[in-house]
Design a protein around this ligand. Structure first.
Ligand SMILES: N[C@@H](CCC(=O)N[C@@H](CS)C(=O)NCC(=O)O)C(=O)O
Length: 276
């Protein structure tokens, strides 16, 4: 693993690292914030999955999470959103290909060789960070924004026991019924929609429910709210009577100004579960 940068940050270290990935078959870059406590003992970790067009960097520099993670003694990991590089397939559209991995394992050409972001964030990167850094593998929580909120919700519902809590900012809630989803799931997984269902938070909620604390914030004036479909997810949560806090935040849009306004709440919410 190669260290790209390490900067002192709120008493801890904000690092950026690159490593060859077996899952994606290319080099992958991620950001990792370690609070000061990691110098002495293993610390809990909060995963932050990012949205369309993002790299590891957007949330790392724009969400403002480190101050609150430092206060709580929690590590933050910021994975990239797709495989990258010249030998990796791409598309001209911003919402397909590089920067738009959707946290699935592609089965279709030209995506199948590298677009295995599910395996990357569910298996390979967790093993790497808990092996190489002072992180407590038994205390993990997950959050994300937009496409990353979709990733956070679907990972949490599909990997029971892995995470202590899950939250999301403006998540894509029902991708099998949205243009943020149908296009990408069709391209990566093919036309058989039965293979899409395990990547749809609303369908997973209807089918399985969830037994860890759940918090979702969406801006009431998010410009993409019709694509996010928070009401479909809320209905599934209600139908299953899953304890959850689902909020529409008045006047907020889809940007990182929204994420940074509520990140303190989310870090505190996760800290409660991680230190229970
Ligand atoms: N570029 C797209 C939207 C992409 C977008 O809003 N991406 C969000 C996540 S879904 C983001 O975080 N962008 C990067 C940033 O704001 O730093 C458009 O204008 O239609």
């Amino acid at each position: 693993m190669e260290t790209i940068s390490e900067n002192r940050c709120f008493g801890g270290v904000q690092g950026v690292y690159r490593h060859p990935s077996k899952a994606t078959g290319c080099d992958m870059t991620f950001g990792l914030f370690l609070p000061e406590e990691a110098e002495d003992h293993p610390v809990p970790v909060l995963w932050y999955l990012s949205g369309l067009t993002c790299t590891h960097e957007n949330a790392m520099v724009k969400a403002g999470a480190q101050a609150w993670a430092a206060e709580q003694g929690i590590a933050l990991v910021f994975p990239d959103t797709s495989p990258r590089g010249e030998g990796v397939a791409d598309d001209e559209a911003y919402d397909l290909g590089q920067g738009a991995g959707f946290y699935v394992n592609a089965t279709q050409d030209p995506w199948a060789p590298h677009f295995r972001m599910w395996d990357y964030v569910a298996d390979e990167l967790p093993r790497l960070i808990t092996g190489d850094f002072n992180i407590d593998e038994d205390r993990q929580s997950i959050t994300g924004h937009s496409m990353g909120g979709h990733g956070a919700l679907t990972l949490a519902m599909s990997l029971p026991g892995r995470f202590r809590s899950v939250s999301a900012f403006s998540p894509i809630c029902h991708p099998t019924a949205s243009d943020w989803g149908r296009k990408q799931l069709g391209a990566y997984l093919g036309d058989d929609e039965s293979t899409w269902a395990v990547h749809d938070a609303t369908l997973l909620m209807r089918e399985k429910g969830l037994d860890i604390p759940l918090l979702v914030d969406t801006g009431s004036t998010d410009q993409f709210v019709d694509l996010l479909m928070p009401e479909a997810f809320a209905e599934a949560v209600n139908t299953r009577r899953v304890p959850a806090t689902l909020r529409l935040q008045k006047g907020y849009d889809h940007s990182y100004f929204f994420v940074s306004s509520f990140i303190e709440d989310h870090v505190s919410f996760h800290a409660e579960a991680l230190y229970e």
